[in-house]
Design a protein around this ligand. Structure first.
Ligand code: NAD
Length: 264
């Protein structure tokens, strides 16, 4: 394919299956001729990620657990050896204990707080640190966030706090890496039924609420987020960094319910 991404190489982190947001972005990039490598977490997911990668002609598929520095180092060592340089990274990784994605934030434990922030926020900085050394011609780093960082959403709890830290991290990384021509942005996706989302309490109700109240009167898809991801990793967004971009059918701008949905 000859397209917007022809000649560009990037790493996609966070594909678990074909419903993953990372896969929505990978499909959009592949359709524009971009070349990609994939990481997966754990053997169980290897079986799912390998065939997906193969379907778009990608043969670099490596394990990476972002809680382990050696594992992140090994991923970038492989990329260095295979490609030498890198143009973009998509970070679509988050985790929190399911038991704390229901009930109240006030009950968050110290251990899960630290783990949630480590996997869902620090890992992006850890990846950026390695990626920048492979981006002599500049590059683009993108992460995924959610409105629960900006507003209180039921059950999102410590993940909201982690996403707020991640969004702030995006601004600091953008400032750190701008002089190397590396852009850092985040996409705030509306709710999508994925493996990670299934851990969030009453997720079906959140989906329904968004559908009823978003200006576009629907939920977003991984293809919708894929389009925005393509924009951020391509030169179309070459003047954009430090940005938080909502792909949520407009839900974030709404200040009051539609009277007809309030009646339901
Ligand atoms: P997903 O389950 O498909 O992807 C989450 C990924 O995180 C998985 O691939 C999992 O393996 C990976 N991961 C978790 N812990 C890891 C670790 N220690 N090391 C390496 N990888 C690890 O779900 P998704 O919804 O596509 O999630 C992708 C991103 O999008 C997450 O950051 C999530 O918070 C964000 N997001 C999701 C939604 C939604 O409604 N689904 C909305 C906004 C933002």
């Amino acid at each position: 394919v000859k397209g917007l991404m022809t000649g560009k190489r990037g790493l996609i982190m966070g594909v678990a299956n074909d419903r993953s947001i990372a896969w929505g972005i990978a499909k959009a990039v592949a359709a524009q001729g971009g070349e990609m490598a994939f990481t997966y977490q754990g053997e169980a997911l290897e079986r799912r990620v390998k065939p997906l990668a193969a379907s778009i002609g990608a043969d670099i598929v490596v394990p990476c657990d972002v809680t382990d520095d050696a594992s992140i180092d090994a991923t970038f060592a492989t990329l260095k050896q295979r490609w030498g340089s890198l143009d973009f990274v998509v970070h679509a990784i988050a985790f929190s204990d399911k038991d704390e994605l229901k009930g109240k934030y006030v009950d968050t434990t110290r251990g899960n707080f630290a783990r949630t922030l480590d996997i869902s926020c620090f890992s992006f900085a850890a990846v950026a640190k390695r990626a920048k050394d492979m981006m002599p011609n500049g590059g683009s780093l993108v992460t995924l966030t959610y409105l629960g960082a900006e507003r209180v959403m039921p059950h999102y709890n410590v993940m909201g706090v982690a996403k707020a830290a991640l969004e702030c991290s995006v601004r600091y990384l953008a400032a750190d890496l701008g002089d190397q021509g590396i852009r850092v942005n985040s996409i705030s996706a509306g709710p999508i039924k994925t493996l990670a989302a299934s851990g969030i309490g009453d997720f079906r109700q959140i989906l329904r609420w968004n559908e009823l109240n978003a200006p576009l009167a629907r939920n977003v898809t991984i293809e919708d987020v894929g389009g925005a991801g393509l924009y951020f990793v391509s030169d179309l967004s070459k003047g954009v960094t430090g940005e938080l971009h909502h792909v949520d059918a407009g839900y974030n701008v709404v200040g009051m319910l539609r009277p007809e949905s309030a009646a339901e």
